[in-house]
Design a protein around this ligand. Structure first.
Ligand code: VGL
Ligand code: ZN
Length: 211
């Protein structure tokens, strides 16, 4: 797909310490996305970032549910969910952007997951599928029609952001080498890529995006 840099937005998803090696919910090789995303953000006039931003005791934390373990499946109000280690607690070092992520080019930072009883993977809607983060209104308001996604984690926040962006009518590009997967359960990274492509997302490498 041709990228029109006047109407495309780079959306850098959750490049936070807790999702990098040494963090609370480490994505294997997660810190490798920072330099790749920095090369992209230097080129995109419109850059937006998201930050997972949970209160202590968030309902997605296994520790909030006695007897439950991180990475177990659970359900809440009829919705499937995954229980996680405590991560990205508001104001903690784990919730901060990775030190090698250059945040200067970002004009908007969307924080999500801040309601105790509602998790939020997508940059566009919380996990109830209907509570907007406001990002769609922002992007449409400044004339964006193409969303270029990178960041963490490919199989959760990037994946759900891509599906929502497609449903909202954006052209969607996922920059494969600027993402990494949690891969829990195993294989979820590859399934996420296939699922996004089946719904109309284009998967590119950053060298093609920057060409
Ligand atoms: C994420 C699990 C829990 C993500 C956030 O950023 O992909 N994954 N919270
Ligand atoms: Zn989270």
């Amino acid at each position: 797909m041709h990228i029109d840099f006047r109407t495309a937005a780079l959306v850098a998803v959750d490049v936070q310490n807790d999702f990098c090696p040494g963090g609370a919910l480490p994505v294997p090789d997660g810190d490798a996305v920072a330099p790749a995303i920095n090369r992209l953000s230097a080129r995109f006039p419109i850059c937006v970032a998201t930050q997972d931003w949970h209160p202590a005791g968030h309902s997605s934390f296994a520790s909030t549910h006695p007897g439950r373990q991180p990475y177990e499946a659970a359900s809440s109000g009829g919705r499937d969910m995954t229980l996680w280690p405590d991560h990205c607690v508001q104001g903690t070092p784990g919730a901060a952007f990775h030190p090698r992520f250059d945040e200067r080019p970002y004009r908007l930072i969307v924080r999500k997951g801040f309601r105790r009883n509602l998790d939020s993977y997508s940059a566009f809607f919380e996990n109830d599928g209907s509570t907007p983060t406001g990002l769609d209104g922002y992007l449409k308001g400044i004339g964006v029609d193409q969303v270029v996604l990178a960041g963490l984690a490919l199989d959760y926040c990037v994946y759900y952001s891509a599906l929502d962006a497609l449903a909202l009518g954006y052209h969607v590009v996922v920059v494969r080498d600027a993402t990494r997967a949690v891969d829990a359960p195993a294989g979820s990274g590859e399934r996420a890529l296939a699922g996004m492509m089946a719904k109309g997302a284009e998967v590119m490498d950053s060298i093609e995006v920057l060409r």
